[in-house]
Design a protein around this ligand. Structure first.
Ligand code: PXG
Length: 461
């Protein structure tokens, strides 16, 4: 029986009875009922009631080539017929992860040439954490194992992912985080810059917080610094230009490894294959997932720099780590076809030279002036809109996070899928968006902002 035989109310009832959703207040969900997304094409998603919604989030930061790509379905179909699964343990391999690894080495920064696969960003961050600590242990320095991360970072939802992340609510529910991970200030100028402090100076101060943490622990005890090049789930927080070069300098000076989490920024989002290239960085690890397959298959790849890889190989011994689905042949076949599309259609070039700059200007010129908007930010095709009660003082509405949800709900009702995180609206559209799609998005966002403004005024907020 297919889902078409069920009404929306029936599906919602069964959903509430049996399906525990991620990051969800289940009582709320049961009261409201889930929106059922049933199909998608190009930049649009459609719900069970036939509503067409422009997907400003590319699914969940992942569907970079848009929906309905026959090439990806065909790549999966062909691979499933030929070899649906075989493992890459015990000196076995299959062709698609082999060829994908070569491809990833070609597009990654020059010092990054090896790949370890998983099925999710969280899994690959587990791999990254284990690998950097193992690296130092192989160097005879097991005590060099502390990891420095940032507050409000998102690195996934497994115990290691949540421990690496800096979301307070998640830590409160960890009941025992992975030890020896510390979180320092984030490079979020809109809220954290001091009055009169320039972006440049703020970026250096935020980087200094990392150096202070290294000095406090003693560099001999610090394995690595981990960061999202642009904090995604935290609110598309784009660091000042001074931040990353300074972080790289500090890491080199203290012989601390640089781990980038590019689960969101990887595969074109910022107008280069990786944000490492956008910011001119030479990381020791790059965690990637999501857009590696444009979300058509679950697949993640930890890209491993030469220094770590050489030690792992030369010092020998087995690294006791891996997943049943590491290098899954079908997921890797889809990834190869997905990278082909990105390349053949010149999507990254388009983001860098055309749609990215157009998107930034459109947000600035058409959205930033709205009375509810405190600031807009964009890099490549990722963007943020800060929702405030008072533009001048940056005062927010009470309770925290409420106003952004009002905006989001109006946006969805007007055919525009946006995400609200705290008091920030965030966007991460498919890279197939054109200038016309950006225009359409801006119109719908403005309408949602107007309606939300009227609502919030009525409440006397
Ligand atoms: N690192 C980063 C930077 C991420 O954004 C993960 C790791 C974990 O990936 P997996 O595949 O294990 O989910 C992510 C995931 C949101 C949202 O609300 C963001 C993510 C996941 C779910 C929701 O913006 N990012």
């Amino acid at each position: 029986m297919t889902y078409q035989n069920y009404s929306l109310a029936q599906l919602q009832h069964i959903d509430a009875a049996h399906h525990l959703h991620p990051f969800t207040d289940h009582r709320d969900l049961r009261d409201a009922g889930a929106r059922m997304i049933t199909r998608a094409e190009g930049p649009f998603i459609y719900d069970s009631e036939g509503n067409e919604i422009l997907d400003g989030m590319a699914g969940l930061w992942c569907v970079n080539v848009g929906y309905g790509r026959d090439e990806l379905a065909e790549a999966a179909y062909r691979q499933m017929k030929e070899l649906p699964y075989y493992n890459s343990f015990f000196r076995c391999s299959t062709p698609t992860p082999v060829l994908l690894s070569q491809r990833l080495a070609e597009i990654a920064p020059a010092n990054v040439n090896q790949v370890f696969y998983g099925s999710s960003g969280s899994e690959s961050n587990d791999t990254a954490l284990r690998l950097v600590r193992h690296f130092w242990a192989l160097q005879g320095r097991p005590e060099k194992n502390r990891i420095i991360s940032r507050k409000t970072a998102y690195h996934g939802s497994t115990i290691a992912g949540a421990s690496l992340g800096g979301m307070q609510g998640m830590h409160d529910q960890l009941y025992g985080a992975v030890p020896n991970i510390v979180h320092v200030m984030q490079p979020y100028a809109y809220e954290l810059a001091l009055p009169g402090e320039s972006d440049h100076d703020f970026g250096l101060r935020a980087a200094k917080a990392v150096e202070d943490a290294i000095l406090e622990a003693g560099a001999d005890n610090v394995a690595a610094f981990i960061g999202e090049p642009v904090m995604g789930a935290g609110g598309v927080r784009i660091p000042p230009a001074s931040y990353w070069p300074e972080i790289q300098r500090i890491c080199r000076k203290h012989d601390v490894l640089l781990m980038l989490d590019e689960v969101i920024t990887g595969y074109g989002r910022t107008g280069a294959w990786f944000a490492a290239q956008t910011f001119g960085l030479e990381p020791d690890t790059i965690t990637t997932a999501k857009a590696l397959t444009s979300g058509y298959q679950p697949l993640s790849a930890l890209l491993v720099g030469d220094r770590i890889a050489a030690t792992l190989v030369e010092k020998g011994g087995e690294f006791y780590h891996g997943y049943t689905y590491s290098g899954h042949p079908v997921a890797c076949a889809v990834a190869l076809a997905n990278l082909d599309i990105i390349e053949k259609e010149g999507l990254i070039e388009r983001v860098r030279t055309d749609t990215g700059p157009y998107f930034a200007t459109a947000l600035q010129e058409r959205i930033a002036g709205h009375p509810l908007v405190g600031e807009v930010r964009a890099i490549g095709l990722m963007g943020a809109i800060e929702i405030v009660r008072d533009k001048a003082t940056k005062a927010r509405f009470e309770p925290a996070g409420d106003a952004a949800v009002v905006v989001r709900d109006h946006a969805i009702a007007n055919g525009m899928m946006l995400r609200a995180t705290g008091d920030t609206m965030i966007m991460s559209p498919p890279l197939i968006w054109t200038r016309a799609t950006i225009d359409m998005a801006c119109e719908r966002i403005l309408k949602a902002l107007d309606l939300a403004h009227a609502d919030l005024a009525k409440r006397g907020a």
